[in-house]
Design a protein. Structure first.
Length: 711
């Protein structure tokens, strides 16, 4: 028995309305899954519809299974039989029955991601293409785009116009399609494309399947693309009952093909469409919702709605301005520890960010404070490939160790293959020296010109080590090695952001530790790469906003809210369309919070955007009655209005607090003694292996030892 009394008025209307074309605009936290499952249960229980004549399309297998489970719980065996699946599973089912008319056997192969990479490996070997010159992801994107544009390999080759890079891609595409044909294989893109083309070419097959489904439901309708929409319309040809659920304000996947115009313009395609808005939120307090409402109203491409809650006003949204990313991270971690003492678990807290590189400082401070954390759907900053590569170059300067040498000798490509590296390793073992010493002494005869150039480059860096700042040296490494140029050539935007964040990291390190060496920096980083327990039951959540879609947390921090970072510089250049997508992304971030939402930004210089930072418009667009500004700096409009160097104000912040002989505690180095003071720089003696370090008195990682530390 379905308990319709659980529904509010709008939800109940969405469940029982009999319009043939229904568009449900379901705001964040408005109970859309409950409405959709109850709608299907209502059709079965009250309208007598055979479950086998009901189709519901979801975007994940998890969502499909959850819906099936709920319907069975409501109706028992009577609810079994509705076809609830992802769109790819639906296409698989159709093709398994009908693909023979397309010339393929019913037992065709579905090619997964590993299979695709294997085919690309074969193609690259055939055409002597290096993976570094044409990353698999770039090749697969090219292939997918060609397929969606209905461009076959022959036409793709015609469109290369003699450009070498395009010719390589077209050849790989041709090889890829040929191999799929040989194994009767379809990839995930093909499943939808072949189904829509099957229906176009075979009206009888289309009639069979569109007759089968009397009622069609689509969840997360804001995320569908044009080909998926075509399939849905094809399947509705006979009975013409379409029920779509989604929220245009949460369209954040246009880069994957999602088209916001489909849900916004649904009533233009179906003139008799009835739209029902679900705007009662069961997740968040009203200050959070009202703040998010005021933000998203600045978008034009949307269906109007205002979320509200019966959970009370709650706390205002907090906007906190901090001097730099290190203080931003320390503020967040300190707040998290306070919340822990108040009874929250760390797993109740999420830190959200626009881009992956922004996790760096938060990760460092969490590690310093031994707080377990998980990166949801991502990799820890210092474990990312490009960060490890650059740190290996720096290790090569300081220690010349074999692991660093092996990682970077052919990154970027220098024609030093695996066999050569193995031979250098054997020579090093035989001579009792490092692999770098082998090539420096000329003990390996092959590739001598290339290896001599590599040695000259490293020796140049070693000579510059005492004359350049760490920041300047790192930039020299990036330029001389060709690593930065390689990422720029491949348009690896996210990896470039991580590299720029590493420059920020080393610059910040030298500001706080003015007389430290490159060796000291690498030693510090090695402490951060000693993993926090990933399997901790209670771990704080770090994730991009895209990864947070569909999730909720009692406490949410959104960091890095500066112009050029969020909204990103790239999307600002795209004009209104890009900016509106960024604003929807901010809206999704804000509406993840149930009880408390904190927005943070910093006033320092950023290498990622190449300028001083100004507060994001996504803070300023929140109505003042719903937000509290803490330490906001007014009228910041240029680099001259921003405190770039923390050392300029360290003495003002902590001043006379430290004296020779004071015992201090450092989050990484442990307990130490102040043995010298030069202005705002402290000389502190720590126990082995750290020794004497020079640290700014204002650095948030140090504090004086107090009586409580003896308890």
């Amino acid at each position: 028995m379905v308990k319709y009394s659980q529904l509010n008025d709008a939800q109940k209307e969405a469940v029982i309305d009999e319009a043939k074309h229904l568009r449900i605009i379901a705001g964040a936290g408005s109970g859309k899954t409950r409405v959709l499952t109850m709608r299907i249960a209502y059709l079965i229980e009250k309208k007598g519809v055979n479950p086998r004549n009901i189709l519901a399309i979801t975007f994940t297998n998890k969502a499909a299974n959850e819906m099936k489970k709920r319907i069975i719980e409501m109706l028992g065996k009577e609810g079994d039989g509705a076809f609830i699946s992802t769109i790819h599973s639906l296409c698989m089912r159709i093709l398994k029955e009908e693909i023979e008319v397309m010339g393929y056997p019913r037992n065709f192969t579905v090619v997964d991601a590993d299979d695709q990479k294997q085919i690309l490996k074969e193609a690259y070997k055939e055409y002597k293409i290096e993976k570094s010159d044409l990353p698999y992801s770039v090749a697969l994107d090219y292939i997918a785009n060609c397929k969606y544009m209905d461009v076959d390999p022959a036409e793709a080759m015609k469109q290369t116009y003699g450009e070498i890079k395009l010719i390589e891609k077209a050849r790989v595409y041709e090889y890829y399609q040929k191999r799929l044909g040989q194994v009767y294989g379809l990839d995930f893109d093909d499943l939808i494309l072949w189904t829509t083309r099957l229906f176009k070419k075979n009206p009888d097959v289309l009639k069979k399947w569109s007759s089968k489904f009397h009622y069609i439901h689509v969840d997360e309708f804001q995320d569908i693309d044009k080909e998926q929409y075509l399939l849905i319309r094809q399947l509705s040809t006979v009975h013409d009952n379409i029920y779509v659920v989604g929220d245009p304000d949460q369209t954040i996947y246009t880069w994957r093909g999602a088209d916001i115009n489909i849900i916004v313009g649904f009533d233009k395609d179906f003139k008799d469409t009835k739209t029902i808005v679900l705007n009662q939120n069961y997740r968040s307090t009203n200050n959070i919702l009202s703040g998010a409402n005021s933000l998203i109203k600045n978008n034009k491409a949307r269906v109007p709605k205002d979320l509200f809650s019966t959970k009370g006003d709650g706390d205002k949204i907090i906007h906190k301005t901090l001097l730099d990313e290190n203080r931003e991270a320390n503020y967040i971690v300190e707040e998290a520890m306070k919340l822990k003492k108040k009874g929250y678990d760390y797993e109740d807290i999420a830190v959200l960010y626009r881009s992956n590189y922004l996790s760096r400082e938060v990760e460092k401070v969490l590690i310093e404070n031994r707080i377990p954390y998980v990166i949801y759907g991502g990799i820890r900053f210092y474990e990312r490939m490009e960060v490890k590569d650059i740190l290996s170059y720096l290790r090569l300067i300081v220690t010349g160790d074999d692991l660093a040498f092996q990682r970077v000798i052919n990154q970027p490509k220098r024609g030093i293959g695996t066999k050569s590296v193995d031979a250098i390793f054997r020579a090093a073992q035989s001579e009792g020296v490092s692999m770098y010493e082998v090539i420096k002494k000329g003990l390996f005869g092959k590739n001598q010109n290339t290896l001599d150039k590599f040695v000259a480059m490293v020796e140049k860096w070693r000579n510059d080590l005492n004359d350049l700042s760490l920041e300047m040296l790192l930039n020299e490494v990036l330029d001389d090695s060709g690593y930065r140029a390689m990422l720029e050539k491949d348009n690896e935007t996210e990896r470039l952001e991580n590299v720029k964040s590493l420059i920020d990291d080393i610059k910040e390190y030298q500001e706080f530790y003015p007389e430290s060496t490159l060796e000291d920096y690498l030693q510090m980083i090695s402490l951060y790469t000693d993993k926090v327990n990933d399997n901790a039951a209670d771990a704080l959540n770090l994730m991009t906003i895209h990864a947070a879609k569909g999730l909720e947390f009692p406490i949410v921090f959104v960091i890095g809210l500066s112009e050029g970072i969020f909204p990103s510089e790239k999307t600002l250049l795209e004009g209104t369309k890009g900016l509106e997508e960024e604003r929807r992304l901010a809206y999704v971030a804000y509406t993840r919070a149930k009880e408390r939402l904190t927005l943070t930004e910093t006033s320092s210089f950023s290498y990622v955007i190449g300028s001083a930072k100004l507060p994001s418009r996504f803070i300023n667009e929140i109505d003042e009655e719903y937000i509290e500004h803490v330490d906001r700096k007014e009228k910041r409009s240029s680099v001259f209005d921003v405190d770039i160097f923390p050392s300029d104000r360290a003495a003002d912040e902590t001043g006379e607090d430290y004296r020779n002989g004071d015992i201090v505690i450092h989050k990484i180095f442990g307990e130490g003694v102040v043995i010298g003071i030069d202005g705002n720089v402290l000389s502190i003696a720590f126990s082995h292996p750290h020794g004497v370090k020079k640290i700014l008195s204002s650095h948030p990682s140090i504090r004086k030892k107090t009586g409580n530390d003896y308890n």
